[in-house]
Each structure stands twice: as C-alpha cells, then as structure tokens.
Design a protein around this ligand. Structure first.
Ligand SMILES: *Cc1c(COP(=O)(O)O)cnc(C)c1O
Length: 390
C-alpha cells in the first residue's frame, strides 16, 4: 500500500474471484455486488461468454496499433453507430479520453465555423473525468481545487434549465456546444427532463451548436435503452461511452453524427491502445450478450422491482428524501451525509456506493436477477433504517 499514490480512500477489502452478481474476498467472504465496479461489469463477474471470447482473442493477437486496420474495431463501430443512430466512432480507453475527444471535436467544429475562442456550455454537478479539460468541464469545485489554471472555454448552467442556456445564447456568440449527462451519476443520479432534452436538441439545431451527451455511466443499456438520450427520442451530435462498454476491459468510444461527423482527419487525434483487438472483442461480446439475453429489458424490470421494493420497505422512514433512477442506475437520497453506509454495507456483505454525500448509488450488473434484486432491497433497506435510527 505504502508505494501506491494516495488517490483513493481504499476500503480494507480485496477480492479474489467473482461469479455473476456475487464476489468473494481474499478471506472467503461473499458479497452481493450492487455497484459493478461503478457501472463497469455490465455482464457481472466471470461471464462465460466474455471469458471465452477474451481468452480466444488473447491466444490470437492482443494489439497491433491503429496504423493497421482492426476488423473487430470496424465491426464494433458498425454495431454502435447502428444502435445509436449515429455515424462514426473514435475508440480510446476510458471515459475522460472519450470526453477529451468530444471536447476537441467541438472546438475543431467551432474553428471551422470561424469561432476562434469556442465555448462549451456544461452543467452544475456534472462529472466528465479527471484530465485537465474534463476536470474543467466537471461541476465539482472540490475536484478542481488545487489544479488551477483550469482549461478555459466552459460556462456552467444549472441542470434542466433551458432558459439559462437560452440566456447565454443571447450574449455569448462563441458557444459551439452543450455537454451533459442524461443521467448524472457522480452528481447524485439526477435525470434530465425529457422536455429539457428535446428543447436542448432544438436549440442546438437552431444555433448550429453540437449537442454532446456523456453516456459514460448511463449508456450501454443501463437505463433500459442503449443510450440515455433514447428515452427522449433525440440523437446528439456527439456521444461518449466507456465504463460498461467492455464489461471490465478498458475501452472508451466517442460517436459522432451529422455536422460532427467527418471532422477529424489523420493527425487530428489518436490513441495508441484505443480499440485494440482485446478491448473491441470484449465490447462486441458485451453487446452480443446484452442483445441475446435481453438485458435491457432485464434492467427495466429488475430496476423497477428494486425501486418499488425500496419505496415499500422505506415508506414513512424519516430521513429518506427520494428514491429515483432509471433501469439499473438508482439513487436513494437521504437527508444527511451517509458515506458511512458504504462500510456498514461491506460488513453486511453488500457492495454499494455513496455519491454527492447523501445519495446511495446502485449500479448492479445488467445481469442482476429478480432474487438478487429482492436480496438487495432487504439488505439495503435494513442498513438505511438502522443508519437513520442511530
Ligand atoms: C466515470 C465517468 C467519466 C470518467 O471516466 P474514466 O474512465 O474514469 O475516465 C466521465 N463521465 C462520466 C459520466 C462518468 O461517470
């Protein structure tokens, strides 16, 4: 531990192996995983199809570089653009990199339209990553403190406030894009209103701005649709994916459509590892299993069961402010900071997370079953009751 940079307040547990929604620590204790490594393990742990696909690919070739064609990458781009209703994909290795690509694209788009100092409108409570540009786009002062000067060219508005964006449009003629998460994850499971999304799409069309959707946490079927924006029936100009895309193998993607497509030429952007054979095989297999096993429908059904179950089990409990979310992206907001629930849950054999200080965040694998949903409701509602009663 002592030689690791102290970037995480690590819990005193390490895991040895997993099986579906369950994972066992090095002492042999078993936990129900309602977090999936923060929306990453889409297919749960040790999914046989994923294990087989990765092993077979590893035995052939892992990596060759993007200076050669990579057939798996081309297939994955075909699949993702078809699912999104978009046109092109750039592959990278993480969410912040996918967002860096989106931000660079928006600036590039601005310059091509004669805007020398492009500005991107971003949201309060947004989380877009930890690199300098994505940290600057992130709406969390604590995460930014000490890293100034931040990257310029971002202006911030309250979430779900179309009027605030319209007001900026009136006086700021350097705006080139609006960037948002359709469901804010780190910000506390806040959902963009459908009318706000549709209004934003229309405003972006009207003003010739790009609409950038950060789907790094809410994409890949988690909310019940492949992409969060599909609930509103809109298509953004740029969408980013990462977390759940490779079900544990690092991969990120930046998708474009319409006026955002075709902008980058060789030399404008790149990634050494991005979209290599191993990562794209993992993502293709993840898509296959989501499709074959109807995991989007499962996310809707089990998500509903968990939400209803928690609403029932916590009905009338003072201190519970709200139970919300979509599919298997759920939050329970309490009236007080509740970070302590994470260690209490760990003791009780349950993996959860607390974000925005007061919101218990649930991001189970999309393979989460009905029985596991009930088990989660039972363990978590008891933990919350005990915590609030103390
Ligand atoms: C996690 C997250 C990121 C950053 O992804 P990394 O892979 O950690 O760089 C960006 N946007 C959203 C919405 C996220 O949840």
């Amino acid at each position: 531990m002592s030689h690791l940079m102290n970037t995480y307040a690590r819990l005193p547990v390490a895991f040895s192996h997993g099986d579906g929604s369950w994972i066992t620590d090095t002492e042999g204790k078993c936990y129900l995983d309602a977090l999936s490594g923060i929306a990453v393990s889409t297919l749960g742990h040790n999914h046989p199809a994923l294990v087989a696909a990765i092993a077979a690919q590893a035995a052939r070739v892992l990596h060759t570089s993007n200076i050669y064609r990579i057939p798996q990458q081309e297939q994955l781009a075909d699949r993702l653009t078809a699912l999104a209703g978009m046109e092109e994909v750039f592959f990278c290795n993480s969410g912040c990199e996918a967002n860096e690509a989106a931000i660079k694209l928006a600036r590039f788009f601005g310059h091509q339209n004669g805007i020398d100092s492009p500005v991107i409108i971003v949201m309060e409570k947004a989380f877009h990553g930890r690199t300098l540009a994505t940290l600057s786009a992130t709406g969390n002062r604590k995460a930014q403190a000490g890293f100034e000067p931040l990257v310029s060219g971002f202006v911030r508005v309250p979430y779900n406030d179309l009027e605030a964006i319209r007001a900026i449009a009136e006086h700021n003629h350097n705006v080139v894009a609006v960037m948002l998460e359709i469901v804010q994850g780190e910000g506390g499971i806040n959902i963009a209103d459908l009318e706000f999304q549709r209004g934003l799409r229309a405003l972006c069309d009207d003003r010739n701005w790009l609409l950038l959707c950060d789907e790094v946490q809410c994409g890949m079927g988690r909310t019940g649709t492949w992409f969060g924006f599909q609930h509103a029936g809109i298509v953004p100009d740029v969408a980013t994916l990462a977390k759940g895309l490779g079900s544990g193998v690092p991969i990120g993607a930046c998708l474009t459509a319409g006026k955002a497509a075709g902008l980058f030429k060789p030399g404008n952007h790149g990634s050494t590892f991005g979209g290599n054979q191993l990562a794209t095989t993992a993502a293709l297999t993840t898509l296959d299993v989501i499709e074959k096993d109807n995991l989007r429908a499962n996310a809707v059904a089990v998500g509903q069961l968990i939400r209803n179950g928690l609403a029932e089990a916590l009905a009338g409990v003072a201190g519970v402010v709200d139970i919300r979310g979509q599919g298997l992206m759920l939050g329970v907001e309490l009236d007080r900071p509740c970070g302590e629930l994470v260690t209490r849950a760990l003791d009780a054999g349950l993996l959860i997370n607390v974000t925005a200080e007061k919101v218990v965040r649930l991001l189970p694998p999309l393979t989460f079953g009905v029985d596991e949903g009930r088990e989660l409701v039972s363990r978590l509602s008891k933990l919350i009751r005990d915590f609030l009663a103390a």
